[in-house]
Design a protein around this ligand. Structure first.
Ligand code: SF4
Length: 61
């Protein structure tokens, strides 16, 4: 699970993941959540919480 991904076809841009896990997820100008470059879920314990909280299950761990 070191390398999380956001499924852009599913993401609705609610920004919850970026609020819960700002070390790994950020909102970009396209209105979607992106994984911050070089961010690693192994260094951060918030990925699972963010994935569980995503309303459309767009976060792939
Ligand atoms: S929580 Fe899910 S839907 Fe919301 S911005 Fe993050 S990836 Fe997109």
């Amino acid at each position: 699970m070191a390398d999380p991904k956001v499924d852009f076809d599913l993401c609705i841009g609610c920004s919850l993941c970026a609020e819960l896990c700002p070390e790994v997820f950020e909102m970009k100008d396209d209105g979607l959540a992106h994984v911050i470059e070089d961010a690693d879920c192994d260094d951060s314990n918030c990925c699972e919480g963010a994935a569980d909280s995503c309303p459309v299950d767009a976060i792939i761990l």
